[in-house]
Design a protein around this ligand. Structure first.
Ligand SMILES: Cc1cc2nc3c(=O)[nH]c(=O)nc-3n(C[C@H](O)[C@H](O)[C@H](O)COP(=O)(O)O)c2cc1C
Length: 197
């Protein structure tokens, strides 16, 4: 039996620089996945050139910006999608939201126009993980802020278009991690990559 999976890694940080924690986490996950024989594709949102979606008309009928075809192709190809991003003002960075608005077009991520435009879930059959880094302790985000923005992504976006199951990793107090702390999270990402989880 072949238990390798096709994994798409989306680095949602607007700054794809190597010094960013998010970049290190993506690298570690990708290395673990590759070591276990999984197929991996990567998209760094911060390196893509695309405009912000401005009208419903463009969403329904406009052409996908050419720079984002790779993202739709990657999602169609993948069995498991992992989205990494830093918490910015309590939510995903605006560039990642702009990316998702552009990519999740009718006919691709939601049903085409018609009496029940949201009746079908075209991306069903794929699992997902959301990895979020933040300055505050992860427990504060989870219990005081109720993890509202991560829940919105998981339920209103990923779940809405068919992803299931969806898991999450919240990495808090990032400023105090130090080399050892970063190393522990890299190891954890490597293991998740091996498991394609
Ligand atoms: C514009 C901006 C907004 C931020 N907003 C928050 C926030 O609302 N809550 C929080 O806990 N951390 C916040 N942070 C801290 C980032 O989440 C943290 O620096 C990031 O997760 C570290 O990962 P990186 O090295 O990949 O950038 C913010 C940082 C920036 C630059």
């Amino acid at each position: 039996m072949n238990d390798t999976r096709r994994i798409l890694l989306i680095e949602g940080h607007p700054d794809p620089g190597a010094e960013r924690l998010n970049h290190a986490l993506v690298e570690a996950y990708a290395a673990g996945a590759a070591a276990a024989g999984h197929e991996v594709r990567r998209i760094a949102v911060g390196t893509l050139d695309f405009p912000v979606l401005r009208t419903a008309e463009a969403w329904h009928h406009g052409a996908l910006p050419p720079g984002l075809q790779v993202a739709q192709d990657g999602m169609a190809w993948a069995e498991h999608v992992v989205i990494f991003f830093p918490l910015w003002l309590g939510d995903m960075p605006a560039l990642l939201k702009a990316f998702l608005e552009q990519v999740a077009r009718p006919g691709f991520a939601v049903g085409p126009e018609g009496p029940k435009p949201f009746g079908r879930k075209p991306l069903s059959g794929r699992s997902a993980r959301v990895v979020v880094t933040m300055g505050m302790p992860a427990l504060a985000y989870r219990w005081y802020f109720r993890a509202h923005s991560v829940k919105a992504l998981e339920r209103n976006i990923l779940g809405f278009v068919g992803f299931a199951p969806i898991h999450e990793t919240l990495i808090g107090s990032v400023d105090g991690l130090g080399t050892a702390g970063v190393g522990r999270w890299r190891k954890k990402m490597h293991t998740l990559g091996e498991q394609a989880a």
